[in-house]
Design a protein around this ligand. Structure first.
Ligand SMILES: Cc1cc2nc3c(=O)[nH]c(=O)nc-3n(C[C@H](O)[C@H](O)[C@H](O)COP(=O)(O)O)c2cc1C
Length: 174
């Protein structure tokens, strides 16, 4: 069961040489979490095991970002994304995440793997927070969550298009 955690305004940060690592099954349930992950989010490694990755989902994250993540993973592509996560006690921490499929020897996807670093604070504040805030607002402005997601996803695609680059190029230009 996903615990009901109330978000607070407390920020948790970590060192630039620390890497938060997790692996999941095909449904996004955690099959491995490193000690750094556990230390920062406040859940023990035993608690994280088999929990849905959304256990650390922050309500400030627009759903369209996770749609993009799962769409790309579904196409067996890796993705880089800025993500705001929530700790066990409701604090938040920003990460720059790389998420990629894991393949077996036959080339079949057997799960997913993510490594996260400390993001550039200026990029988060000046670019990501305003963008995610606008996307979240779009999602909230629809009575139907499905319509809200479609609209915010289209908005995200248009932001990328307006820069005349791919999503990956945009993310790495920040
Ligand atoms: C390898 C991997 C790592 C993930 N890491 C995170 C993460 O750090 N934070 C997060 O909120 N969701 C993460 N997700 C996405 C979640 O599975 C989920 O889609 C997201 O939290 C939205 O949850 P919801 O659809 O229940 O709202 C990850 C998924 C995978 C496959």
């Amino acid at each position: 069961m996903k615990p009901r955690v109330q978000p607070t305004s407390e920020e948790v940060t970590f060192l630039s040489d620390e890497i938060i690592v997790s692996k999941t099954d095909l449904k996004g349930r955690i099959t491995y979490a490193n000690a750094t992950f556990s230390k920062i989010c406040g859940y023990s490694r035993a608690e994280l095991m088999n929990a849905p990755h959304s256990i650390i989902r922050h309500p400030d994250m627009p759903r369209c970002v996770f749609k993009l993540l799962w769409d790309q993973l579904g196409e067996e592509r890796e993705i880089f994304a800025y993500v705001k996560n929530m700790t066990r006690n409701g604090a938040f921490y920003w990460v720059f995440a790389h998420v990629t499929p894991s393949f077996d020897n036959n080339g079949s996807v057997i799960g997913y793997h993510s490594s996260r670093r400390l993001p550039d604070r200026g990029v988060v504040r000046e670019v990501i927070e305003p963008l995610y805030g606008a996307l979240l607002q779009t999602e909230a402005s629809y009575a139907s969550p499905k319509d809200g997601l479609a609209a915010s996803f289209a908005q995200l695609v248009n932001v990328v298009k307006s820069k005349a680059v791919s999503y990956d190029e945009l993310i790495f230009s920040l």
